[in-house]
Design a protein around this ligand. Structure first.
Ligand code: BDR
Ligand code: CA
Length: 309
């Protein structure tokens, strides 16, 4: 049997973040050793509450460390409540969590986890990259100690989703993204080039209602809001599978066509947050193509496996 991959998800839940977290809990190939939270889809305190509440729903006693509430340099953008709802999970409300977050800030949690198990931990940030930038600032040596960093973010040969140029996670903190892209650690970028090609519909979540009724009912309700946003803005009957695609890429790169190139990020102005292939900098594995049915099939199968309550 192949060993499961020890992963930390850095997240701003967020409806597709919830899909990613539940997927990670359901797939035995993931050893989810911790979650760190970040502002983005919702304020940081809401992201932490949502992460803890979601883990309790799923019966998972995994540490959660609270992270940055603001970008490194720029003035924060408003939270996109029209995408994920004011509370982050659309119209699906969860009970307030009983557990408290870890005493350490997210960046310290990341540093400790990586240095305790050199060469083993995969970081999967699916929100703004502020916590990772802070971890690098405090302990640059972690770059040589992570197994890999798999980022949901960016749009390389593709238009943005907050405007024509930028993808939301990078746009929320381009200075943090620049620091993360400049670090010499093994890195994969799972951006809109691929995530917008993987479309999840209500039919993909339906089997979960039978096999994992508690989590299935929650995810189905939360997804309604996200589907509504995609229907209104893009005429799609479903949603882009952003954050879960990054978890899947961290486990198995095979469904993704990649090139290796440095990446630049525009820091200011109308094009702030735009990511493009560059000529200088550490090479990053940039996902540009995807076997969407393979990614979606894995997502659907694991969620329906009955491993969640
Ligand atoms: C990314 O932005 C957020 O809205 C989603 O959770 C995802 O991480 C997609 O651009
Ligand atoms: Ca996210």
């Amino acid at each position: 049997m192949t060993r499961s991959t020890p992963i930390i998800i850095d997240t701003d839940p967020g409806i597709d973040d919830a899909m990613a977290i539940l997927y990670a809990l359901a797939d035995p190939a993931v050893d989810l050793i911790g979650l760190t939270t970040i502002f983005g889809n919702v304020p940081e305190a809401t992201a932490t509450r949502n992460t803890l509440a979601l883990l309790e729903l799923a019966g998972a006693d995994i540490p959660v460390a609270a992270g940055a509430a603001m970008p490194l340099v720029q003035t924060p953008h408003p939270h996109p409540d029209f995408v994920h709802g004011v509370e982050g999970f659309g119209d699906a409300l969860l009970d307030p969590p009983m557990r408290r977050p870890d005493a350490r800030p997210a960046y310290q949690f990341i540093i400790d986890a990586v240095t305790d198990r050199p060469g083993e931990i995969t970081l999967v940030p699916v929100g703004p990259l502020t916590n990772l930038a802070l971890a690098l600032q405090a302990a640059p040596e972690i770059a040589q100690q992570v197994a890999r960093v798999v980022i949901m973010g960016g749009a390389v040969r593709h238009k943005g989703n907050v405007n024509a140029y930028a993808e939301a996670n990078i746009w929320q903190d381009p200075h943090a993204a620049a620091a993360v892209f400049a670090a010499e650690w093994p890195m994969t970028l799972v951006g809109l080039d691929v995530t917008e090609r993987v479309i999840c519909t209500a039919a993909d979540l339906a089997p979960m209602m039978e096999t994992s009724p508690r989590c299935g009912a929650f995810l189905t309700k939360a997804a309604e809001f996200y589907f509504g946003f995609h229907q209104e803005t893009e005429g799609i009957d479903g949603c882009h599978l952003h954050d879960p695609s990054a978890i899947i890429a961290a486990l198995d790169p095979a469904p993704f066509e990649q090139i290796s190139a440095p990446l630049s990020v525009t820091l200011e102005g109308a094009e702030a947050g735009m990511t493009r292939e560059a000529t200088r900098g550490p090479p990053i594995d940039l996902c540009l193509g995807v076997d969407a049915e393979r990614v979606l099939g894995r997502f659907r199968r694991q969620l329906a496996s009955g491993r969640l309550p």
